[in-house]
Write a protein that binds this ligand. Structure first.
Ligand SMILES: C[S@@+](CC[C@H](N)C(=O)[O-])C[C@H]1O[C@@H](n2cnc3c(N)ncnc32)[C@H](O)[C@@H]1O
Length: 259
């Protein structure tokens, strides 16, 4: 019972660290210096070469941890070392710590790339916040409490193991297969003030998201098989179809097409 309570406490503590990193992420990317200690463009402009080297290293470190620890093979090995119920919380905790390190150590390159004014600036700020809203909403469409390890800890507290989450495609997941990542892309790119440092952050994160999604989809196909394959054929990856879209083939729906 003590061990189960400890896992629950660990899951809540990891969630609290995630919460801090998420709030800092909002302030970091949006440059809200009045609320947070350091944002993407704050700090004295230093040497570009050194800044690029450090920023790329920080993002690479985050990408490595975030992708390696998400793979099923790593999880199988890792859950021989730590309790299965604490695996997701550990992932959340280490990811959040990596993000805090990145925000803290990020070197700004504040040279401007674009500066929007008036209605364009307001629209970009609106799209930026829409992106964050999509990120948060998407976690609830999958299962917020499972993604952040709280569900697994709660099951452990009751003395059972959480069953794996089934395939889901509600709401935004009917428009694109990865709304959460689409939200991040909006939040990173839609800004009235784009600097060289911010552009580096947006470009590298976009590349990482595109590579990460290949790995995630490989795992999703292994987990959900034919169901995910059909979903993949029917629903675009990141950009929603604006009008109509392709009619699903009979093989995708199981229902013969009307002539
Ligand atoms: C951080 S979430 C990102 C989900 C998705 N890539 C997105 O951008 O909206 C990653 C987790 O969601 C799960 N996942 C992704 N798509 C799913 C789906 N359609 N149904 C159930 N789980 C899904 C993956 O297995 C993974 O554990």
């Amino acid at each position: 019972m003590i061990a189960r309570l400890f896992i629950m406490f660990y899951a809540i503590a990891s969630y609290a660290v995630f919460f801090v990193s998420f709030i800092w992420a909002l302030g970091f990317v949006g440059n809200y210096n009045q609320f947070i200690a350091k944002s993407i463009d704050t700090g004295p402009p230093g040497d570009w070469g050194e800044a690029i080297l450090i920023d790329v290293a920080l993002l690479a470190l985050f990408a490595l941890q975030h992708s390696v620890m998400a793979r099923p093979a790593f999880k199988r090995w890792w859950t021989r070392v730590i309790p299965a119920a604490a695996e997701r919380s550990t992932y959340v905790l280490l990811t959040s710590l990596m993000l805090l390190l990145l925000f803290w150590q990020w070197r700004p390159i504040p040279a401007p790339v674009w500066q929007a004014e008036g209605i364009v600036a307001a629209s970009l700020t609106g799209m930026h916040w829409l992106g964050w809203l999509i990120v948060l909403a998407s976690t609830y469409m999958i299962n917020h409490f499972d993604l952040f390890g709280l569900r697994q800890a709660l099951f452990a507290l009751r003395g059972t193991e959480a069953p794996p989450e089934p395939f889901k495609a509600p709401l935004l997941y009917r428009l694109v297969r990865h709304p959460l990542m689409l939200g991040f892309l909006l939040a990173f790119w839609a800004t009235p003030t784009m600097t060289v440092g911010h552009l580096l952050f947006a470009v590298l994160n976009t590349a990482y998201i595109l590579v990460g999604l290949q790995l995630e989809e490989r795992d999703l196909i292994a987990a959900f098989g034919e169901t995910y394959q059909r979903y993949r054929e029917r629903v675009p990856m990141l950009l929603p179809r604006l009008i109509g879209g392709r009619r699903p083939a009979a093989s995708e729906t199981g229902v013969p097409r009307a002539p």
